[in-house]
Write a protein that binds this ligand. Structure first.
Ligand code: BG6
Ligand code: MG
Length: 215
């Protein structure tokens, strides 16, 4: 094992709720209440793919221009809600886990669908921990396509078989497996059924333990 590739939202930073609340706001501005059943499906996919799901739930058809406007509105609300975040957005156990990853001499990358990945990381003290950051600005195809993870691995100069992906979304796990990576699911094993192993979060676990569990 030579590298760990981390999804951002829901694995490294606690932003899932901020994304969701911005979609709830958008839905209500369009005249409907978002059904929470959509929340799991919104994880991991791109902003425009998320918008399509939200609009479909509300039975709304929109022109391409309206879609751009709605996506911008959602993103403005999302960024507004992040305006005062700092290290408090970093999920429990993450800092310690990144330190153990460095001690284990593994390379580290971010592989995220978000176009805001660098903006968010720049608000924290862990930005410099990563050897490379690949995000929604770097890919044509978003998760469940493996492109973002393959680009991260390439940038780290490792093969997919030499890297582990950490993901909290079903779509991200499908992407990791499709790319030939081992995958640690972060969240509930009832939902993340395709992951090689599932952890509730990154507390009480070290890089060395993950490598041992997967070998
Ligand atoms: C993913 C999130 O990481 O990024 C999704 O799980 C989000 O909820 C997607 O929609 C795109 O993010 P952004 O910041 O580009 O709108
Ligand atoms: Mg995620």
């Amino acid at each position: 094992m030579k590298a760990f590739i981390f999804d951002l939202d829901g694995v490294i930073v606690d932003t899932v709720q901020y994304h969701y609340e911005s979609w709830v706001k958008l839905a209500s501005s369009l005249g409907f209440q978002l059904n929470p059943i959509i929340q799991e499906k919104l994880k991991g996919i791109s902003r425009m793919a998320s918008l399509d799901l939200v609009l479909a739930q509300g039975g709304i058809t929109a022109t391409p221009e309206q879609k751009v406007e709605y996506a911008k509105q959602k993103n403005d609300w999302y960024l507004e809600s992040l305006s005062s975040v700092n290290d408090n957005v970093v999920l429990p156990g993450v800092k310690e886990f990144l330190i153990s990853t460095k001690e284990a001499k593994l390379k580290m990358a971010i592989g995220s669908a978000s176009k805001n990945a660098k903006t968010i990381l720049a608000k924290t003290s862990i930005y410099k921990s990563f050897d490379t950051i690949k995000d929604g600005n770097d890919v044509k195809n978003s998760k469940p396509d493996p492109e973002v993870f393959l680009k991260a691995a390439k940038s780290l100069k490792v093969k997919p078989s030499e890297a582990v992906v950490f993901e909290d979304s079903e779509k991200g796990i499908i992407a990791a497996k499709a790319g030939g990576f081992m995958c640690v699911g972060i969240g509930s094993s009832d939902v993340l059924t395709d992951a090689d192993i599932v952890m509730e979060d990154l507390t009480h676990i070290s890089a060395e333990m993950i490598v041992r569990l997967l070998s």
